[in-house]
Ligand binder design. Structure first.
Ligand code: ATP
Length: 339
């Protein structure tokens, strides 16, 4: 498919600090029209700051942002007309009904009343909110509020919808409903930029992804490209359901000596399973692993084989798993609060 020469979103060498904190050190990415673009990173990586700069809610210290060729620094109003933004924190007035809130939003965009009624009915329908539209927002669940927030972001028919962690804190059915909705939206040709710290969400939805950590893009591409780039197959071998540490260590040593095994990690959270990264050499790696262990008196209790996941991509790019990065960010935050 030929790509349009003007990207829907262009972010080049973005930088933003808050005092001495560098929130965004160097972020560049480009989104083609109609794509769903994912920004993946742990808490504190700089996702919200990047999106706020994109939506002209924050002024970058340096770098360039364009939306459909319009430079954000020179024409923020025109950029805002093209964008819909759905913030991470949903701050809706609980006394209003869903329909009243949308009417208020339509007034902010100066939509004439008849057109507003029509659009409000359409977005309510699109998000499955028609039945609840005349009830107070205070009675809505978290998932319904998020959907109302999405409806508000779509009211002025933006060409690009920007969502900051759209499913954070939602239960699984609400999350699935939002994923479904974003896929439908993509079919209508809208460009979507979303940030997330859920690997699964990005893997399922995004056409392309930028992995960011500490304000920098560490890897960029389609999820498939990134997985292929990491290379190697993942094999998990259990020597017993819960293998004693010495047994796991012996197995790890034996397997680590095989030329096609690139890495062995003993996974204590999985009953001391052996997590291997292997490079295929023509023969089935699992048969070779079995044979090698058997030759040394060890049996394989169970095994699984898989391609690299986005978590492996994340690990290769940042040197830690996303979960570890989240834990480290939470601890750092706790440290800041204690001071
Ligand atoms: P989260 O998912 O937690 O929002 P994030 O990836 O969106 O994380 P940002 O919110 O952009 O990250 O924050 C990036 C860094 O900038 C963090 O270290 C954060 O503490 C800091 N930061 C964000 N907003 C401010 C602010 N208004 N003043 C000072 N520091 C800030």
């Amino acid at each position: 498919m030929p790509m349009s020469s003007t990207p829907a979103v262009l972010v080049q060498q973005l930088q933003k600090r808050y005092g001495s904190t560098v929130a965004v050190a160097d972020v560049s990415f480009q989104v083609e029209p109609g794509q769903i673009y994912g920004i993946l990173g742990p808490n504190g990586a700089g996702k919200t700051t990047t999106l706020h700069c994109l939506c002209t809610l924050l002024r970058p210290d340096s770098g360039r942002i364009e939306v459909y060729g319009i430079p954000a620094s020179e024409n923020p109003k025109a950029v805002r007309e093209k964008l819909g933004f759905v913030a991470q924190e949903v701050a809706l007035d609980k006394v209003l009904t869903g329909r009243e809130l949308l009417q208020l939003q339509a007034d902010l965009y100066h939509l004439p009343r008849p057109l507003a009624q029509e659009r409000i009915a359409a977005v309510l329908e699109l998000l499955g909110l028609t039945d609840r539209a005349d009830q107070r927002i205070g009675t809505y669940s978290g998932g319904l509020r998020k959907r109302l927030d999405l409806a508000a972001g779509l009211l002025h028919q933006p060409q690009v919808l920007v969502l900051d962690e759209p499913t954070v804190g939602l239960d699984i059915p609400s999350r699935l409903a939002i994923w479904d909705f974003l896929r439908q939206l993509k079919n209508t040709g809208i460009t979507v930029v979303l940030s997330s710290h859920y690997l699964e969400e990005i893997d399922l939805l995004a056409d392309r992804v930028a992995i960011i950590d500490r304000g920098k893009v560490l890897a960029e591409g389609t999820p498939e490209e990134l997985k292929t780039r990491v290379g190697g197959e993942r094999i998990t071998v259990k020597l017993q359901e819960f293998a004693p540490a010495e047994l796991a260590q012996r197995g790890a040593q034996l397997l680590g000596s095989l030329p096609f095994v690139q890495k062995v990690v003993i996974n204590s959270a999985q009953g001391n399973a052996l997590n291997l990264v292997v490079q295929r050499n023509g023969e089935d790696p699992l048969s070779q692993i079995r044979a090698h262990l058997q030759a040394h008196g060890l049996e394989v209790f169970s095994s699984t084989q898989s391609r690299p996941s986005l978590d492996d991509v994340y690990l290769a790019a940042t040197g830690q798993t996303l979960m570890d990065a989240e834990l480290a960010a939470a601890e750092a935050n706790l440290g800041k609060k204690k001071k």
